[in-house]
Design a binder for this molecule. Structure first.
Ligand code: 3PG
Ligand code: MG
Length: 399
């Protein structure tokens, strides 16, 4: 059993860093996607069920100049209480200061205190030690459950850990599960290992592809970034997305892959459109021979077969980034087909990890979230993990 599971929180005030950076409706401040909140509920429940209380701290958005209405965590209080079966959730309108300390002090077992947005203080992102120390005074024990923010060396995610003795700082259940699944892909890899990388830009994915070249058997490249590779190899890509300044990078990656014996799979064909719009005229074309005035917005039928057969023979699967513009019905077939292939491989015994905002939205939208092994709450954090970087939020607990 893990440190967190073994810990008895009875009579303890647990200071828990969560990642409640959820999308809010611009007009109504309603929560558009509560997955990150749901993901950390088991951690909070364990603390409360033990007879402890939980003081939750998080950021929301990227406020630049102190407090602002639209980034207030007060918008989450009611829903959080519902997710906790009606548990009392108090709110402190300042994450440090008198009200926060008084409320934390009088918090009773089974109760929750949610602190206001940490980023209303610039000290949070600066990793200011004095600010971290002030936060640390709010709880007896520090639990980090914020995998989504683990790549930030901020006051509440990393710096704060030093103010708790080793036995009083630990991962929460979500963080444990995230780290365990990431390690399964990165370090306990069963081969063949396929990485499916999509999304718009090559420039965002260079480091992860380079690191995966050391580990993967196959790398599937889809989404807008595939056309930069197509053009680099001399293809005609019409008006498709292309990063002209990354053509050489794309060629270098292909060359490195060949030298390392890693198979890179580019989509043989594409669904092309006469404009970037949901009602565009469409056709199918080889991905390296797209007519002028047309642009590739999804992988085509042959590419779907080509990619699915690679995925279905794999034992480990990492998926980051969609295959096309799946938000539009005409261009969602590729991403949907890949989701189905990942689900089929998982059913046949493969371990599959899906992470990064858009691919997670896709598996949720198409109903495959419970048919893959693990859906990560991390976007940037997961990417940096697979780039081979040490995440400050993880390192601080381990030190
Ligand atoms: C995220 O959503 O990427 C995390 O919550 C971290 O937020 P940030 O990118 O603004 O640091
Ligand atoms: Mg981010």
């Amino acid at each position: 059993m893990s440190k967190f599971s073994n810990y008895n929180f009875a009579g303890q005030k647990a200071l828990v860093r969560v990642d409640f950076n959820v999308p809010l409706d611009k007009q109504t401040a309603a929560i558009n996607d509560d997955n990150r909140m749901r993901a950390t509920i088991p951690t909070i429940k364990k603390i409360l069920n033990d007879g402890g209380s939980a003081i939750l701290m998080s950021h929301l958005g990227r406020p630049k100049d102190g407090p602002e209405e639209k980034s207030s965590l007060k918008h989450l209080v009611k829903h959080l209480s519902e997710l906790l079966n009606g548990a009392t959730v108090l709110f402190a309108s300042d994450c440090i200061g008198e009200q926060a300390y008084l409320t934390a002090n009088m918090l009773r077992p089974g109760e929750v205190l949610l602190l206001e947005n940490l980023r209303f203080y610039k000290e949070e992102e600066k990793g200011d030690a004095a600010f971290a120390e002030k936060l640390s005074k709010l709880g007896d024990v520090y639990v980090n459950d914020a995998f989504g923010t683990a790549h930030r060396a901020h006051a509440s995610t990393a710096v704060i850990a030093q103010f708790f003795p080793a036995e009083k700082r630990m991962f929460g259940l979500l963080m444990e599960a995230e780290v365990a699944s990431a390690e399964k892909v990165m370090h306990e890899t069963k081969k063949p290992f396929v990485a499916i990388i999509g999304g718009a830009k090559v420039s965002d994915k260079i480091l992860i592809i380079e690191n995966l070249l050391e580990r993967a058997t196959d790398i599937i490249i889809g989404g807008g970034m595939a056309y930069t590779f197509m053009k680099a190899e001399g293809g005609e890509i019409g008006n498709s997305l292309c990063e002209e300044d990354r053509l050489q990078t794309a060629l270098d990656l292909l060359k490195k892959a060949e030298a390392k014996g890693v198979c890179i799979h580019l989509p043989s064909d594409s669904i092309i459109a006469d404009k970037f719009a949901a009602d565009a005229g469409t056709s199918t074309s080889p991905s390296n021979n797209i007519p002028d005035g047309w642009l590739g917005l999804d992988i085509g039928p042959s590419a779907c077969d080509q990619f699915s057969s690679v995925i279905k023979k794999s034992k480990t699967i990492l998926w980051n980034g969609p295959m096309g513009v799946f938000e539009m019905a005409k261009f969602q077939h590729g991403t949907k087909t890949i989701a189905a292939a990942v689900a089929a491989a998982t059913d046949a015994g493969a371990f599959s990890l899906v992470g990064g905002g858009d691919s997670v939205a896709a598996v949720n939208q198409f109903g495959f979230a419970d048919k893959v092994s693990y859906v990560s709450t991390g976007g940037g954090a997961l990417l940096e993990y697979f780039e081979g970087k040490e995440l400050p939020g993880i390192a601080a607990i381990k030190e």
